[in-house]
Design a protein around this ligand. Structure first.
Ligand code: AMP
Length: 185
């Protein structure tokens, strides 16, 4: 079983979303804190990002935010985090998020979340890391993406299959199991 001290959560910056996604973000933040796992995330207060961080902090967790200086105002940089790392670029943010984390969870999100997801998956494909990645398919949100991955693999554009690169989970228990390697690939 994998031992994790910090987990990066990628998720949407929009708050104009169904409550089922907000609840999942809060639950994950709480569960990570209760498990003594540090949360690494994008450092903002907005959308699911703020919810996951606030829930982890409320449960006594350690939260590290990593935010580029130029979007601090846009994403309302969280001012009550355990640590806030202010960086120069989106690229540096993504690199540090990967370096500071032992595993990754992809909650529902938009283009930014997809960008972060593709980077962490492709870096694993290129063997730049070998950390667990869990796609949190809350209420079926990521089902079209998983179908796309299956299509890409079936058509031969991903060699050796994509299944070893990530796991898919549908709720908080499943996410924790998958992070710890207790769920099938
Ligand atoms: P979204 O899923 O679009 O709501 O964005 C989620 C997070 O991804 C936000 O914190 C965005 O700032 C971040 N993001 C968007 N594009 C990029 C990028 N190219 N590199 C790093 N982070 C990004």
């Amino acid at each position: 079983m994998v031992s994790l001290s910090s987990v990066c959560v990628y998720c949407g910056s929009s708050g104009l979303v169904n409550d089922v996604y907000k609840d999942a973000a809060r639950q994950l933040g709480t569960r990570l804190a209760e498990a003594g796992i540090r949360l690494v995330y994008g450092g903002g207060r907005v959308g699911l990002m703020g919810l996951v961080a606030d829930a982890a902090l409320a449960a006594g967790g350690h939260v590290i935010g990593i935010i580029p200086d130029h979007i601090r105002a846009l994403e309302v940089g969280h001012n009550a985090l355990s640590e806030l790392l202010v960086v120069d670029s989106m690229h540096e943010r993504k690199r540090l998020m990967i370096e500071h984390s032992d595993g990754f969870v992809v909650l529902p999100g938009g283009f930014g979340t997809l960008d972060e997801t593709f980077e962490v998956v492709t870096w694993k494909q290129l063997r730049l890391h070998d950390k667990p990645i869990v796609i949190a398919d809350i209420a079926g949100y990521w089902a079209p993406l998983v179908t796309l991955f299956e299509h890409i693999t079936a058509e031969g554009f991903v060699s050796g299959g994509h299944r070893r690169l990530f796991r898919v989970a549908s709720d908080t228990d499943g996410i924790l199991d998958a992070l710890h390697g207790r769920a099938p690939l």
